[in-house]
Write a protein that binds this ligand. Sequence first.
Ligand SMILES: C[S@@+](CC[C@H](N)C(=O)[O-])C[C@H]1O[C@@H](n2cnc3c(N)ncnc32)[C@H](O)[C@@H]1O
Length: 244
Amino acid sequence: MSEQIVICTKKGADMNLANAFAAKMDVPIGTAMGDALTVVFDAKGVSLCGYGLSYQGDFEQMLHRVTNGRLQHEMLVRAAKTTQDLPRGIDATAGMGEDAFLLAAYGYRMTLYEQNPVIALLLKDAIRRARKHKELKEIAERMQLVEGNSIEMLSKQVDNIDTIYLDPMFPARQKSGLINKKLQLIQKLEPPCAKEEDLFDAAIAVSPKKIIVKRPLKSPFLANRNPNHTFEGKAIRYDCYVVE
Ligand SMILES: C[S@@+](CC[C@H](N)C(=O)[O-])C[C@H]1O[C@@H](n2cnc3c(N)ncnc32)[C@H](O)[C@@H]1O
């Protein structure tokens, strides 16, 4: 983790969860917000506050992207298209799970790996709330979060994977006003990925049918590996690697 955090509980907090997280992070629980990054437990779940921003994972905000025929137009879904029944996917850099949510909405049974304990906590809380939501439940049931480093996790036996998705942090180029709250706060917690080669090699070693990598539009290929084909949007692209 690149920043120290403060833990704050408010009325209605799940104290078991807060205590377990505080013990794991070796940070005392307080009731006051910190000056920098604060993990807040309250009746609504878990959120991250700091630098004038507040963020809570909320898949309800994604509903408009997966309903009324819009899901098929998502560039990631086009890149991940498959004829496989019950396809299995891995998101090896889960973050707040929004991209994995799109793949789960398409029908993938997704395993999500997230190494940062704060981000994993926020994501777990968002999935927990989604599983109680009438319209999100079915999708969220297809998302299994595993906290840990995917480079290590992928080397344990993982079979029959159709697609591995990689979206490692890229060095920030945009002005902070232009990127969303989620990315601004995640960037405070996680430095850009320093092990792109290891990540790519760990994904290849699983022998999935396909690897999809999200990159800023003009950036070099991940670990300098040339993709088989690419889907380009206005600001980002998806590089697709067909694994033989
Ligand atoms: C740019 S964010 C991903 C955003 C995500 N695609 C989404 O839709 O919210 C990258 C995330 O990958 C995580 N990460 C990077 N390398 C990882 C690794 N080897 N294992 C697990 N998580 C990793 C970082 O902690 C960070 O949360």
